[in-house]
Design a protein around this ligand. Structure first.
Ligand SMILES: [Zn+2]
Length: 186
């Protein structure tokens, strides 16, 4: 089953930036539209109902912050996640973005476009990895005892050996939430 296409609106006054990301997003199967500044972006956001908005900060007529504020005031766009692309990576901009509820703040040149795609996907569905672990090494038996797992970490339903499921919680810091799951029962 194929996933529903993610509709992304790119807002930036720099055509090269727009084209670069538009190419990458299209390669990833996203549906892409573009706007040249915040005002144009606001207009397209209300008309096209994108799933996510990827915007620059400094732009003529309306900057990225004013765009985020305007989107928040409109019931039709207030829930659309906004990602900001910062060309300068100023800390005060990161703080302001966070205060405005921007989902992610990407500093150009610090985050590879492929990682940007990963972070966008992460907003829509968490990234999960299933890992097999050794049930008798290090602290595994201690953990089994203290948390009342079956001795061999077997699924109580089908007796299949459980695996660890890691869910990315912060891709930047490589942090994960972990839980035991049965590979058959889920
Ligand atoms: Zn099971």
């Amino acid at each position: 089953m194929e996933d529903k296409k993610i509709k992304i609106l790119i807002v930036d006054d720099d055509q090269t930036v727009r084209e670069t990301y538009a190419d990458i997003f299209r390669q990833e199967g996203f549906e892409v539209s573009e706007a040249e500044d915040g005002l144009d972006g606001l207009d397209k956001a209300t008309k096209e109902n994108p799933d996510i908005i990827f915007t620059g900060i400094i732009m003529p007529r309306m900057d990225g912050f004013a765009l985020k504020e305007a989107l928040a005031k409109n019931v039709n766009t207030s829930n659309v996640p906004v990602i900001m692309l910062s060309h300068m990576g100023r800390e005060e901009d990161r703080v302001k973005a966070q205060e405005l509820g921007v989902k992610d703040f990407i500093v150009q040149g610090m985050v590879m476009p492929k990682q940007v795609v990963e972070r966008i996907r992460n907003i829509f569905g968490s990234v999960k990895y299933r890992i097999k672990f050794s049930t008798n090494e290090l602290d595994a038996s201690k953990l089994a005892q203290e948390f009342h797992f079956e001795k061999k970490f077997e699924c109580s339903n089908c007796q299949t050996e459980m695996v660890l499921e890691l869910e990315a919680s912060n891709i930047d810091k490589k942090e994960f939430k972990a839980k035991f799951v049965c590979p058959k029962c889920g």
